[in-house]
Design a protein around this ligand. Structure first.
Ligand SMILES: NC(=O)c1ccc[n+]([C@@H]2O[C@H](COP(=O)([O-])OP(=O)(O)OC[C@H]3O[C@@H](n4cnc5c(N)ncnc54)[C@H](OP(=O)(O)O)[C@@H]3O)[C@@H](O)[C@H]2O)c1
Length: 337
């Protein structure tokens, strides 16, 4: 289904930020999934960013670590001359040496350095939303947020976000400077954040930005077996993409496909519509490097699910095979599901 109309703008958080009701995840244009480096892939990614503007999908999600660095550069290239038409979100929080992520770094000095470097790569003079990508276990979050507050006062960033922080850290950070948005993994096969994180954000008026809303592609039905993803694809090491999990989770995708068939829409649109139906404070950021997928994803905003549809895809942790991240990655989360 093609995108029917332009996306509206919605408030994110309580500090005045307005973003498109669905964002565009840009990570896969420079990292992690499938072929992104060829000239053809890069050209199509730029075409996706152009089309996104036409469809009102203006809330762009990138990070220092995607590439690293090259994704921010690509976004910078795409928004040149039209910066004011986009809401640009990026993230800091890692130590990166020789092009490799080697640990955490949310020390005030690094927060400032990443901000300055991201501004240059994006070729803009203010970041709309600057997230801490992961909490640094060695730097008190109060120190990180004091520096972020200074960057807001200096006009280098407008709003502050968190990703994967635990509830205690959300409260501590919010006490230093209001948190506008929290980025979390909340597709219909990852529900654990509903216990504590989402209620905490809602209590504090923090907007919910949902990453990997298509289950990293699996919920769309396009990935059915290991051979459907290339050998150097990051998902090959993710427990949800083991041969066993791909097979055993198929029943869930079948349910999603059945609903899509009934409605005459795409499975990806059912997965995104499920999130849009969770509340007006929820903004999914599906990632794609294909114009066709972008059009389907934007069209999902206009898909209505009935209470019966919602019940059918109300999957619980016991229905799902495989952790959302492997052990190594889980160690790097301060918020363990
Ligand atoms: N805060 C964090 O820690 C964190 C973690 C992960 C991601 N993120 C952000 O969230 C964004 C989205 O998450 P994600 O990219 O991990 O996962 P996702 O959006 O759930 O899925 C992306 C995958 O789905 C495919 N796809 C997209 N639209 C489709 C459609 N309509 N039909 C069929 N397949 C479709 C894409 O294919 P193609 O690539 O071929 O287009 C890609 O392989 C990222 O780009 C990134 O900005 C943040």
């Amino acid at each position: 289904m093609a995108a029917a109309a332009k996306l509206p703008k919605v408030p994110l958080g309580r500090q005045g930020l307005l973003v498109s009701a669905q964002g565009l995840g840009c990570m896969g244009m420079s990292d992690a999934y499938g072929d992104y480096n060829s000239d053809g892939a890069q050209a199509e990614s730029l075409a996706v960013l152009d089309k996104a503007l036409e469809l009102g999908c203006t809330f762009l999600d990138t990070a220092e670590v995607y590439g690293p660095f090259t994704n921010e550069e690509l976004v910078g290239q795409a928004i040149k001359g039209k910066r004011d038409e986009f809401e640009v979100a990026t993230k800091f929080g890692f130590e990166i040496k020789n092009g490799t992520m080697t640990g955490f770094d949310s020390t005030p000095a690094n927060v400032r350095k990443v901000c300055e470097d991201s501004l240059k790569r994006l070729n803009i003079d203010c970041i709309d939303l600057f997230y801490q990508h992961r909490v640094d276990p060695y730097t008190p979050i109060e120190d990180t947020f004091s520096e972020l507050k200074a960057l807001v006062e200096e006009g280098k960033i407008k709003y502050i976000g968190l990703s994967e922080a635990n509830a205690g850290d959300i409260w501590k950070a919010h006490a230093i400077h209001p948190v506008t948005a929290y980025q979390l993994e909340w597709p219909l096969w990852t529900r654990d954040a509903e216990k504590e994180i989402i209620p905490t954000c809602r209590e504090l008026g923090i907007g919910l930005v949902c990453y990997s809303p298509l289950g990293r592609g699996y919920l769309t039905g396009t990935i059915q077996k290991l051979e459907d993803i290339s050998e150097n694809d990051w998902r090959r090491g993710n427990p949800r993409f083991s041969a066993e999990a791909l097979e055993r989770n198929k029943a869930m995708v079948k349910t999603v496909k059945n609903i899509a068939e009934k409605k005459g829409c795409m499975p990806a649109q059912v997965a995104l519509a499920w999130l849009q139906h969770q509340g007006s404070d929820v903004v999914p950021i599906p990632g794609t490097k294909r114009v066709k997928y972008l059009m389907d994803n934007v069209g999902a905003y206009f898909v209505k699910l009935s209470p019966k549809d919602m019940k059918e895809v109300d999957f619980q942790p016991e229905d799902i095979v495989g952790q959302r991240y492997g052990e190594e990655f889980m160690k790097n989360m301060t918020f363990h599901y």
